[in-house]
Design a protein around this ligand. Structure first.
Ligand SMILES: [Zn+2]
Length: 148
């Protein structure tokens, strides 16, 4: 498919992490690359990330948030148009059917209220997407964005 943004996001992941093996072990405590993600920001720039797992659960970071943290810190951008994330070891038919965890959803919502319209791919084959606002209805923080 020409101009297929989801394929473009996947291609960025493939290029960026082609030399990083699944379950990469950076140290006896820190591993990752079981999950990969690509984020398209409001300017059309694509950011990628892989998950980082540690022996201390609270300091693990999802692939989505790694990509988002790169976006925020390297470009000062907070608005996201699209997110693709998937587990590398899922059965092939489920490979690209993924949605961000609660922590990632919350981080996206806190970055900008415009992220409620961020599109998340949930079915690769049909290119079915869902909007973040449908994954996190009745979000608690809308009031604070009203005067921004
Ligand atoms: Zn997450």
């Amino acid at each position: 498919m020409k101009n297929d943004i989801w394929q473009k996001l996947k291609n960025e992941i493939d290029i960026k992490y082609k030399n990083v093996g699944v379950h990469t072990e950076w140290s006896p405590f820190v591993t990752g690359n079981n999950v990969v993600a690509a984020v398209e920001d409001i300017n059309g720039k694509i950011w990628t990330g892989i998950n980082i797992e540690t022996a201390s659960g609270v300091v693990c970071v999802c692939a989505e948030r790694v990509a988002l943290l790169k976006m925020v810190t390297e470009s000062n951008t907070v608005i996201v148009k699209k997110i693709l994330a998937y587990g590398k070891e899922l059965p092939k038919e489920e490979l690209y059917n993924w949605s961000p965890c609660g922590a990632c959803r919350e981080f996206l919502m806190q970055l900008s209220n415009k992220n409620k319209d961020c599109e998340i791919l949930v079915d690769w084959k049909s290119r079915k997407t869902i909007l973040l606002k449908d994954l996190i209805p009745y979000w608690w923080g809308n009031e604070r964005f009203k005067n921004k």
